[in-house]
Ligand binder design. Structure first.
Ligand code: HDE
Length: 750
């Protein structure tokens, strides 16, 4: 694969120095190459017609890489036309009765242009409205052949995919880094029909029965009177709901943990949540849970980073995904399954497999890898692909079937229903991104936005007029056969199984599996969110749930709220922790991470140049931060003290001691640097202060070491110095493998 994000822009001079490693993502930003725009001149030869202007074909040809025609440009052909193809002479002036006269109703072009514009927006998704997507390829390992006949899982079989990541609560324009669950929906365009694995980054759900879905979402969305807060769970209705429906406590503690604020979509796990039923070629069945495991590990932001980024770069996750793929640092996951015997009870190790608020710890049922996903292509058109993609948990190929999980059963109804409004009718499977790659031969006809011109007169069967086609397939022809599961004879009831009543055991399991620093973050998140609630009764009710999870957790949050900690209302569950749930303590590749390097005119520029080369070589992105744009010496600058902010960088290197610009904000008295003769620019001190507070590694050499002293961070954990840039970067690189300098966070609980 191509090494790093910025590599395609790297240019080496004859002297071997990297002179331009990056075009910043902000057009026109210092260091960016001047845009090359083709000026309109005279008519040129038209491009070939867009495929969608040819005869519509709702089937994506076999062998196509995605459901989207490979046409990059909408603006094609020499002459502007109306939607009917009539050439236009003018698109800048409406037709008027004289230059100063009224506009004439007969101006068809004006009406067509404005009317189309007026209807450019479609309703956003009722949940998961904010998202980002990418194309990729999935390769089966063949290891699942014993449990499923699904062809796309065969060894070496490659299948095109489209993935859409999302937040749940916010509107389309909301910030990426809010505290929320993330969607992770994958469309596999398999030869045997499309498979949608519509997953989340949290393995459990708030509710056990789909009938409560409108309730939990009404509670999480902004208040209906003022429509605030946007994309937040820190408000009364959310906590009112989760404290009254205590089955939500397990999902909620995951949201309050670092899982609620991922560092990147590339660094999230994905979970199918429900238990699915697989069937193999011999007709034998097994129950499974699906897991996505990211190659880069599971990593999160700190809460303060997440909040700052919401203002500084609300598109942080969308940008990160796009940049990584464009640079060739392709995001990767392994798909894995936990396999359970398909017994009539559907219970494994005492855990009800139909209860979507429960996990099965990986220590009890290991996740077995069955294939690899690589995202390698960004969308051509966000609306056409990311906005119009329509997932459905019932889109299943032969070999994968559903279970009676009541949440899943409700979803099977909801996803097709919601598209009827959102995508304007029943023909959304014909939208390019939704087209299957398997041949389609249905008898569905007509309806809004029908794209196909169906030939023949007999869309029914059996028929004698269209040659009797189409015929049903048998198992030998690869038909999807519903697993003939026996349905117990039982009275019709509105009730849950008794096993669904245990609401706190697994929330406690999660809490006990966390490292001290992760526990501290959870305490702070609850304290923050409940502190934002207005009603005392809601805080007290939620504290009762926390007492039922763990007395220490409850006491710490109660102290923060200034309330008494209640006693547990249920016996505390005796559960063994699951170390697999913790994000801390392992080492991961640092591909695609961003390294900020502070330089000024006095810096060791050759050293900086060498570091940049090392950073690029390690598959990371170097960004030079300088007092001004343009260049410092022969090195191009990507961020200035005005445009750069610590949250963009995973680590910070200091190669200089920039003094304040005349217009800089004055330094605080306590940072005035009494010990050193040079006073450092306060914006650099802020960079260091934040980087340090967010427990990210800091390195310095040369004059940079002076800066560390002035920032009063010298000698603290994760702050390294050395004689040369490459030496310092090597040490910092090791710290990055652990994601953060965890020792720097206070942890009040063991
Ligand atoms: Fe969804 N969900 N959901 N959900 N969901 C939607 O479908 C719904 C649930 C998930 O990127 C909607 O096309 C119900 C669990 C993702 O386009 C809607 C219930 C999980 C996405 C809907 C659930 C998910 C959605 C809105 C409870 C994880 C975004 C737009 C029974 C396993 C897909 C749409 C995308 C989207 C309904 C619960 C994941 C309204 C009724 C559990 C990733 O149909």
């Amino acid at each position: 694969r191509k090494p790093a994000k910025a590599v395609k822009h790297a240019v080496e001079t004859a002297a071997g120095k990297v002179t331009d490693a990056l075009t910043p993502d902000v057009p026109g930003a210092p260091g960016s190459a001047p845009p090359t725009v083709e000026e309109p001149t005279t008519p040129r030869d038209p491009l070939p017609p867009k495929s969608e202007q040819g005869t519509p074909d709702t089937r994506t040809p076999t062998g196509a890489t995605t459901g989207v025609p490979p046409i990059a440009k909408g603006q094609q052909g020499a002459h502007l036309t109306t939607a009917q193809g009539a050439r236009l002479r003018d698109t800048d002036h409406s037709l008027k009765a004289g230059p100063r006269g009224p506009v004439l109703l007969q101006d068809h072009h004006l009406r067509e242009k404005i009317t189309h514009f007026d209807h450019e927006r479609i309703p956003e998704r009722v949940v998961h409205a904010r998202g980002a997507g990418a194309h990729g390829v999935f390769t089966g390992y063949g290891s699942a052949e014993g449990v499923t006949k699904a062809g796309f899982l065969a060894k070496g079989k490659e299948t095109s995919v489209f993935v859409r990541f999302s937040t749940v609560l916010g509107s389309r324009g909301s910030a990426d880094t809010v505290r929320d669950t993330r969607g992770f929906a994958t469309k596999f365009y398999t030869d045997e029909g499309t498979f949608d694995l519509v997953a989340n980054n949290i393995p459990v759900f708030f509710i056990q029965d789909a009938i409560k879905f409108p309730d939990v979402i009404h509670a999480g969305k902004p208040h209906p009177d003022r429509e605030i807060p946007q994309a937040q769970s820190a408000h009364d209705t959310f906590w009112d709901f989760v404290s009254l429906h205590t089955e939500a406590q397990h999902h909620t503690i995951w949201n309050m943990s670092d899982r609620g604020i991922p560092r990147s979509y590339r660094m999230m796990e994905g979970f199918g949540v429900h238990t699915f039923r697989l069937v193999n070629a011999a007709g034998e069945t097994a129950l499974v849970k699906f897991h996505w495991k990211p190659k880069l590990g599971v990593h999160s932001l700190t809460w303060e980073e997440a909040q700052l980024i919401s203002g500084i770069d609300p598109d942080f996750h969308r940008r990160d995904l796009y940049d990584a793929i464009e640079a060739g640092a392709f995001p990767e996951w392994e798909l894995g399954i936990q396999v359970f015997p398909d017994t009539p009870e559907e219970i494994f190790a005492g855990i009800d497999l139909l209860d979507p608020t429960k996990i099965v710890p990986e220590e009890l049922a290991p996740v077995q890898p069955i294939g690899r996903l690589v995202l390698n292509r960004t969308p051509t058109n966000f609306f056409a692909e990311v906005e119009q993609v329509a997932f459905h948990p019932g889109h299943l190929p032969p070999g994968i079937d559903v279970t009676n999980d009541p949440l899943l059963q409700g979803r099977l109804f909801s996803y097709i229903d919601t598209q009827l409004t959102r995508l304007g009718g029943p023909n959304f499977p014909q939208i390019p991104i939704n087209r299957p790659h398997a041949p389609v031969n249905d008898m569905l006809r007509d309806g809004y936005h029908q794209q196909a011109v169906h030939a023949g007169v007999a869309p029914y069967r059996p028929n004698s007029l269209d040659g009797g086609n189409p015929f049903p397939a048998g198992v030998e022809q690869g038909a999807f056969v519903d697993v003939p599961v026996t349905v117990a004879e039982a009275p019709k009831v509105r009730a849950n199984p008794v096993s669904f009543d245990d609401h706190f055991r697994q929330a406690r399991l999660f809490w006990l599996s966390m490292s001290p620093v992760e526990k501290e973050h959870i305490i702070r998140a609850y304290t923050y969110e409940l502190g934002k609630c207005y009603h005392q009764a809601i805080r007290e009710r939620q504290l009762q749930s926390l007492a039922n999870i763990d007395p220490v957790l409850c006491a710490e949050v109660a102290t923060g709220l200034g309330l008494p900690a209640p006693q547990p209302g249920v016996p505390l569950a005796d559960v063994a922790p699951s170390p697999a749930l913790s994000q801390v303590g392992r080492e991961w590749p640092a591909d695609g991470r961003t390294v900020g390097i502070v330089v000024d005119a006095t810096s060791d520029l050759d050293g900086v140049s060498e570091v940049r080369r090392a950073v690029l070589g390690a598959g990371m992105v170097p960004l030079l931060i300088a007092p001004h744009g343009g260049t410092v010496g022969y090195l191009p600058v990507q961020r200035t003290f005005a445009t750069g902010r610590s949250v963009e960088f995973d680590v910070l290197l200091l190669a200089g001691a920039p003094t304040p610009a005349p217009d800089a904000i004055p330094a605080r008295d306590d940072k005035a640097g009494a010990a050193d003769s040079v006073t450092v620019d306060p914006r650099v001190l802020l960079l260091i202060e934040e980087t340090w507070r967010h427990a990210k590694a800091i390195g310095a050499w040369g004059d940079g070491i002076t800066v560390l002293r002035q920032a009063r961070v010298s000698g603290t954990p994760g702050v390294v110095t050395g004689d040369s840039g490459p030496e310092v970067f090597a040490a910092v690189g090791q710290l990055m493998a652990g994601h953060r300098v965890w020792d720097r966070f206070p942890a009040s609980v063991a």
